[in-house]
Design a binder for this molecule. Structure first.
Ligand SMILES: Nc1ncnc2c1ncn2[C@@H]1O[C@H](COP(=O)(O)OP(=O)(O)OP(=O)(O)O)[C@@H](O)[C@H]1O
Ligand SMILES: [Mg+2]
Length: 327
């Protein structure tokens, strides 16, 4: 694990367990884009941050301190960090909402400037932490149409995109509803649909599961995986929920006090207790059980998903039975 490591394409995020998937079967075939990814990750990053520093007015320390990172087309990346780590501040730089104190952000190899900020916002869509900052129109339909209309698309194309985006997020039939009468989870879906309708190449989601119940949270994760697999959209999300990360991310950045502390696969990150302690994070619950078993002297390796945990437990039971002479 290192800041310069190339991205991993682990299989860990392939299957969300039933309890996280709202009891829907999410087991999908190996992603067809996988073979392409290997060649793409050696090319120009779709998003790159170089020596990025940010300081809010009247504050003495930097909210972001020399951040360097690269994200490649088709990746699913999580930014993991405690409250105040700088996740939202980082995300607001990715399509020019905030301007760096120093350093730069590149979208598809082009530095974000005042001149090209429009292109950058079409390429990189951000779903804010609070949907009330984003979903503002009097009806769901108008809200989703706002971005495509601003892009200068024809009325017919706008209507198509609204319909498609509503279908993708599962809100067909909500066209006339007033967003302020929707639940928090539904508003999040409207915010995602609004971004989706602009057909960005990258979708950045700031804490997409925060404040949601387990079913809504699982639906959002399922949607994020679907947009990545079916539409090939590069996905970047922030969270402080360590339990969510193994089911979504192929790669994890750990942010702490505005600094990028690590860049690695979920397996790398969750096998580094010192890093987790330093960043005020913890192991996923599944992994905690394995840590306890190790402390009891059981020969297991730490697992971070329910599926691999089951396999490891079966392996240990199997070897125990063999030792006891049971076939
Ligand atoms: N508009 C602002 N003005 C001044 N300071 C700010 C502003 N926004 C954020 N900060 C500060 O910058 C730091 C990083 O905040 P940020 O919101 O980026 O963290 P975060 O990782 O998104 O946290 P959370 O998990 O709570 O959303 C914090 O110390 C915060 O107090
Ligand atoms: Mg935040």
């Amino acid at each position: 694990m290192s800041i310069s490591n190339p991205p991993h394409n682990s299989d860990e995020a392939k299957n969300i367990p039933e309890e996280m998937a709202g009891r829907r079967n999410l087991k999908t075939e190996a992603s067809p884009e996988k073979a392409d990814k290997a060649s793409e990750i050696s090319g120009t990053p779709i998003l790159e941050v170089r020596d990025l520093c940010h300081r809010y007015p009247h504050l003495e320390s930097n909210a972001l301190d020399k951040i360097n990172l690269k994200i490649f087309k088709g990746e699913r990346v999580a930014v993991l960090g405690a409250n105040g780590a700088g996740k939202s501040t980082l995300f607001k730089h990715l399509n020019g909402i905030l301007r760096p104190l120093s350093g730069e952000v590149l979208v598809k190899g082009e530095k974000v400037t005042k001149k090209n900020v429009r292109m950058c916002r079409e390429a990189v869509g951000i779903v804010f932490q609070d949907p009330d900052d984003q979903v503002l129109a009097p009806s769901v339909e108008e809200d989703i149409a706002f971005g495509p209309i601003n892009m200068g698309l024809s009325r017919e194309e706008v209507e198509n995109r609204v319909k498609e985006a509503l279908e993708m997020v599962g809100l067909t039939g909500f066209e006339e509803r007033a967003p302020h009468h929707l639940s928090g989870g539904q508003k999040k879906l409207v915010a995602i649909a609004g971004i989706l309708a602009m057909r960005p190449e990258v979708i950045v989601l700031d804490e997409p599961t925060a404040g949601l119940d387990p079913l809504s949270s699982a639906r959002i994760l399922e949607l994020i995986l679907k947009m990545n697999r079916e539409l090939g959209i590069t996905m970047l999300l922030s969270t402080h929920d360590v339990d969510v990360v193994p089911y979504f991310a192929e790669r994890v950045f750990v942010l702490h006090h505005g600094r990028l502390e690590a860049d690695g696969s979920p397996g790398d990150i969750f096998n580094d207790p010192e890093l987790l302690r330093k960043a005020h994070l913890r192991l996923p619950r599944v992994a905690e059980v394995f840590e306890m078993l190790q402390q009891e002297g059981v020969n297991v390796s730490i697992q971070i998903t329910a599926e691999t945990a089951r396999d490891e437990i079966l392996r240990v039971i199997g070897s125990g039975q063999k030792t006891a002479g049971i076939e």
